[in-house]
Design a protein around this ligand. Sequence first.
Ligand SMILES: *Cc1c(COP(=O)(O)O)cnc(C)c1O
Length: 317
Amino acid sequence: MPTPLESAPRLSRILGGPRILIKRDDLTGLAFGGNKVRILEFLLGDAIEKGADVIITVGRFQSNHARLTAAAARRAGLKPVLVLGGPREPELTGNFLLDKLLGSDIRIILTNEPPPFAQAAVLESVAEEFRTSGMTPYIIPSGGAGPFAGVAYYNCMLELYDQLVQVGQPANYIFLCSGSGGTQAGLALGAKALQTGMEVVGISDKHPTEFLATRISKIANETANLLGIKIELLPNEVRVRDEYVGEGLGVPTESDLKAIRLAAESEGLFLDPVHTGKALAGLIDHIQKGMIGPDETVVFLHTGGTPALFAYSEAFA
Ligand SMILES: *Cc1c(COP(=O)(O)O)cnc(C)c1O
């Protein structure tokens, strides 16, 4: 079932136009939803095909990806193993609480390093532990990034395009939060393949623009290969903005918290401080700087992440 495409007329009016549509991928259905659900559908398909019975992945304590990987693994009858990291012992709230309720086998790494703190070697040693006990582990990389994520969001672009045709409203832009890059890679590849003329703008949650654009181009090209379509996406065709990161991943900014309140007060819509709040802050800034015209149409992709909101109560106090 397609996720809803809703209009946000009050938010749009407060910002002085453009028309804003919200693609509700926070409603993807599983365990509080989010973009990772679409991606995991393909990753777990691959895992099952390879005979896996254990799913191992990595993330921060408040990782949406980790929560959804654990939930998806449970739905598929597989054992979830989460390598989670952060600078201090995690609080039992938000995603980390949900990870526990899912009965995940959690391995904690206390580190000041940004993710993926668990380098390939750490995940490999966890996998080896299960292999020696006769099980078949499957490792999912940080954020699920790779061509399966690209395929998932290429499909989402097809779905969105259909919905835009149905409402008779072509869009000029898609704004989204971009982290490990798979989501934007699939959307941008789809937008180019369909010749929609839509610009896909990724608001980075941590990486510098050039690094992320290169990575997205690489994932998009791997995706095109996997799909067997002859389209190439060059790094300079990928639009990424890194000026809304602030002090780093998961550290809220003023404009981020303001955007979260604005979405709630205008549309009854919840965002989170790590991803979608910063993405909306980026969109608002583009509108206020006149980079998007009042007669244009923007799709804001709600990528989920709302359980993390509860881990940030102090930021709103
Ligand atoms: C993972 C995530 C993103 C970023 O998606 P990528 O495919 O890693 O770029 C954005 N928003 C939320 C809520 C996420 O959990």
